[in-house]
Design a protein around this ligand. Sequence first.
Ligand code: FES
Length: 232
Amino acid sequence: MILMTPSVNVDSPFDVLGIDSDADDAEIERAYRRRVKESHPDHGGSAREFQAVYEAYRQILDGYEGSESGEEDGSGRTVAKRENGAAEDESDESRVEYLNYEVLDDHGWELEDDDLFEKASESGLDPVDYGKILVEPGQSLLEAAEARGFAWPYACRGGACANCAVAVVEGEMEMSSNHILPAEMIEDGIRLSCLNAPITDEMKVVYNVKHLPNLDELKLPADRFERAHLND
Ligand code: FES
């Protein structure tokens, strides 16, 4: 008897995304979005799997089994990927310094500390917990984090929960479409990373603040939205 097990061939980025090597751009994009959802730690996946999906996507966009340069244009692949957030001369991008709320307790830091990011920058934190990302025009903060392979929390991706909330410490993000956040939280700098993009060139945010007392009440279980996403 031959047991059929799902093929998990990590040798090919196409296998990681579950598509044929001749998939067109739309199929690649669709597969990436599907796999990002499946592999997200909040949705039953793991950080390692999520990272593998992102790496596979990037390899394909960079011309895996195609051109070596990865710089050809006119290919129809219009999603410009950047290596490790290296700043080019794109002036419209925002530089966002991020910090994971979960590490604050470990270090005895408070969200209100004036030197919070200075302390974070000197503490040798893991890049998952502290670092900088570039956010392209029109990109939400959550999308930018995911494009770097980070699995920031989310559930609905539509303004109906607080799972993706971040605290803006410096700079500013859009405030439109904040469907769920009460006015006082917006005033305190809380924003939804799934909907909102930075509007300043530089920004500092603490992500993963969904466990803040008032936000915890607005939070919803990630799996509540899972079925709806799978039926997309
Ligand atoms: S993920 Fe639900 S509001 Fe952002």
